[in-house]
Design a protein around this ligand. Structure first.
Ligand code: PEP
Ligand code: MN
Length: 336
């Protein structure tokens, strides 16, 4: 349930309501908008019903939230959440491109990729140091050495780093190097990890599980929000269907769905959705047209030499050409 306060309420009046909630055994999440303050009430519905909110003149109305997720819902917060990472904005009328190789392989590869990404207009750099591979015999990533190389790429280009946290036991380590912590599709319902990420202060890029519904995905986001970290970026990366022409099936409809259901920014990863390099540029444009706040794509200086996901990685030339198309279309749509 959400308590919408009247415009112009004082801090003391807000505090009074928060106090009342705490005394009743409920949690309060305050969100201060430009015009109104709303207080999200989390806890047992039975307890919520006992509180005489309407008796308080500072309360304008009480809105029940019927969805299983609360803090992630549009009802809770009508304005779009904007996540800021070292001066780069995700959400709120921008289209942000995140690019980089699937995995960190060497200093030369990662620094070169970051330079290409920055030159063409990417705002964040991605690369995995811990890789979730289907086969235990495939390249698993360079681990801490890979994180150090990502740090080198950031020093060289200034691009903030997005990298995956594969195992919650590595949180302290990955936190030291990452600017955005990625939760991979396979960990979307790793609730222990989500809770830990909710208790730290860096943004989290939460990929959709390959068999997760939009509602389950938003409930995963709720785990992070509930622990106090509001900096969640959702990432659609395709879901499993009967189609075999692509690695997964990009559910582009999830983008406008999320926009209606949630205030959180949502981006699209067409690289993992398709597994096919040539399908990446048109689907980036589709994401832009569907209202996504950005895309994350794999790009490698020499895809043929990639240790992971070479066939879906854009070449530097392909990436540059695609950035040109994105810029033109974003301009047409009035986005930055
Ligand atoms: C990735 O982005 O590196 C990745 C492994 O993607 P996903 O978790 O979506 O499969
Ligand atoms: Mn990959």
């Amino acid at each position: 349930m959400v308590i919408v306060m009247r415009p112009g309420v004082t801090e003391q009046e807000i505090e009074e309501i928060v106090q009342l909630l705490h005394e009743t055994g409920l949690e309060a999440h305050i969100s201060r908008g430009e015009f109104r303050t709303v207080i999200g009430v989390i806890g047992d519905d039975e307890l919520v019903m006992q509180v005489p909110f309407q008796a308080y003149p500072a309360v304008e109305k009480v809105v029940p939230i019927m969805k299983p997720y609360k803090l992630a819902s549009r009802e809770f917060q009508s304005e779009a959440t904007v996540v800021r990472v070292n001066g780069v904005q995700i959400g709120g009328g921008t289209f942000t491109v995140i690019a980089g190789p699937c995995s960190v392989e060497s200093e030369e590869q990662v620094v070169e990729a970051a330079r290409i990404a920055r030159r063409a207009g990417a705002r964040l750099f991605r690369g995995g140091a811990f890789k979730p591979r289907t086969s235990p015999y495939s390249f698993q990533g360079l681990g801490e050495e890979g994180l150090k190389l990502l740090e080198r790429a950031r020093e060289e280009t200034g691009l903030p780093i997005v990298t995956e946290l594969l195992d919650v036991r590595d949180l302290e380590l990955v936190y030291r190097y990452a600017d955005v912590l990625q939760v991979g599709a396979r960990n979307m319902q790793n609730f222990l990890m989500l809770k830990e990420l909710g208790g730290q202060d860096k943004p989290v890029l939460l990929k959709r599980g390959m068999s997760a519904t939009v509602e389950e995905w938003l409930m995963a986001a709720e785990y992070i929000l509930k622990e106090g970290n509001g900096k969640v970026i959702l990432c659609e990366r395709g879901i499993k269907t009967f189609e075999t022409g692509t690695r997964n099936t990009l559910d582009i409809s999830s983008v406008p769905q999320i926009k209606g259901l949630s205030h959180l920014p949502v981006i699209v990863d067409p690289s993992h959705a398709t597994g096919v390099r040539d399908l990446v540029p048109p689907l980036c444009l589709a994401a832009l047209a569907a209202g996504a706040d950005g895309v994350m794509v794999e790009m490698h200086p020499r895809p043929r030499e990639a240790l992971c996901d070479g066939s879906q990685s854009l070449t530097p030339e392909g990436f540059e050409a695609m950035m040109g198309e994105i810029t033109r279309m974003a301009g047409f749509l009035g986005l930055k």
